[in-house]
Ligand binder design. Structure first.
Ligand SMILES: C[S@@+](CC[C@H](N)C(=O)[O-])C[C@H]1O[C@@H](n2cnc3c(N)ncnc32)[C@H](O)[C@@H]1O
Length: 388
């Protein structure tokens, strides 16, 4: 669930130049931005032939070739552009992105470093460098760059969360901006990746528990917190008179809408939307792999208690703090949730049981389980079923 590298950037406004060059640059930019790539290529090539020391033509040609899936041809062109434009951060950033696409991250790294040296507030270069360092696990180099990003954009929830997760600073929930950023990028491949590659079965497992313990065989009104692409609707098919999904990610909700298993979908934060729903309006509430982003659960549990009918059930999964590394401290166990380096929260078994009692739930089942795999290793968690 890590964020893919951002799409690289394009051209800055050309500096004042003789009229004909300026017109040619405009023509190339227009053709490129309108995706007339063969015509843009002809115009850029013609410019490089007639003005071979003018960097813009090479810079444009490199991008145009890359966008036509001709990375190998684009490489020497972009290298030449970078040579002609040593103070142009975009030329180096473009080259870095191409080198990464060509599986040469070790050569991409100095390109990004040069780009942000030339222009210290160059956001795209900073993003690409951070993504690369993150993938390489180079936390020490990454943190000061993230701090630099935060200084440029102090309200950026993605950067705030990335700094917290890597520095071990504890927070109570992942910012909405981080959730939408991760899941909007993930939506397209979520189902195939989670179910086939990561062996994710949590919606099916929680649905099986609900079926086993539900007071009535069907006609359930179910609230699906963080419904994602709507996977829960499949094992609950035919059992619900209402299935309401809440999610922050518009792209995940689009997938849920295409799947068509929910009777209502709301794009909102789970707690905010729960606060809008009527008392005793659901027979069951499910949160499959969602509290791993919510962290502090007290307010959500109070709302769940209010929204459920008497005897109604709350089913969810959490990652286990007791099995996480490094070992949980007394503070962690008392807090009950801990932000891990993965950017997700783990929860402590004993504190959860205490929270069940505080919020007026009875623990029906709370069992260790493998939630999914990550880097071929099991992610240890718990499946939980509480009754109001
Ligand atoms: C790992 S996915 C699980 C999706 C779905 N429950 C399933 O099991 O397939 C987590 C989902 O929770 C959503 N999410 C995380 N935090 C949220 C929040 N505070 N409010 C609403 N949605 C949230 C994400 O956008 C994402 O779609």
């Amino acid at each position: 669930m890590s964020r893919p590298a951002p799409t690289p950037h394009v051209f800055s406004r050309p500096a004042p130049k003789p009229v004909s060059l300026e017109l040619e640059e405009r023509l190339i930019l227009t053709l490129y931005s309108q995706r007339h790539l063969p015509e843009a290529e002809r115009a850029a090539r013609s410019l490089t032939e007639r003005a071979p020391s003018h960097g813009f033509g090479w810079k444009a040609l490199g991008l145009i070739l890359r966008d036509q899936d001709r990375a190998q041809e684009a490489l020497p062109v972009m290298q030449h552009a970078a040579k002609l434009l040593p103070r142009d951060p975009e030329a180096f950033n473009n080259l870095g992105v191409l080198l990464e696409a060509l599986k040469q991250p070790e050569h991409a790294l100095p390109c990004y470093e040069h780009a942000i040296q030339v222009k210290p507030d160059f956001w795209l270069g900073l993003n690409n460098l951070c993504s690369l360092l993150h993938r390489q696990g180079k936390t020490e180099e990454l943190l000061p760059l993230l701090e630099r990003k935060l200084a440029l954009r102090p309200d950026d929830g993605v950067v705030q969360h990335e700094i917290a997760m890597l520095s071990g600073r504890q927070t109570d929930s992942a910012p909405a901006a981080y959730i939408t950023d991760v899941f909007d990028h993930y939506a397209e491949r979520f189902d195939a990746h989670l179910q086939n590659d990561l062996r994710y079965q949590v919606p099916q497992q929680l649905a099986a528990w609900l079926k086993e313990h539900a007071p009535t065989p069907s006609g359930w009104r179910v609230l699906d917190l963080g419904c994602g692409t709507g996977l829960l609707s499949e094992p609950l098919k035919g059992l619900c008179s209402e299935l309401v999904g809440i999610d922050l990610s518009g792209k995940m909700l689009e997938k849920a809408r295409e799947r068509g298993g929910h009777t209502r979908l709301e794009q909102a934060d789970v707690l905010t939307q729960m606060q809008r729903e009527a008392d005793a309006s659901f027979d069951a509430i499910v949160a499959a792999d969602v509290f791993i982003y919510v962290g502090k659960l007290d307010a959500v549990l109070r709302e769940a208690q209010r929204l459920l009918t008497p005897g109604g059930m709350l089913a969810f999964s959490v990652e286990s703090m007791e099995k996480a590394s490094p070992q949980a401290t007394a503070d962690d166990l008392q807090r009950g949730h801990r932000l891990e380096r993965s950017g997700r929260y783990s929860h402590a078994d004993a504190r959860l049981r205490q929270q069940a009692a505080e919020a007026g739930f009875t623990v029906v089942r709370q069992e260790d389980s493998t939630l999914r795999e990550e880097h071929k290793l099991p992610v240890n968690g718990q499946l939980v079923l509480w009754r109001k």
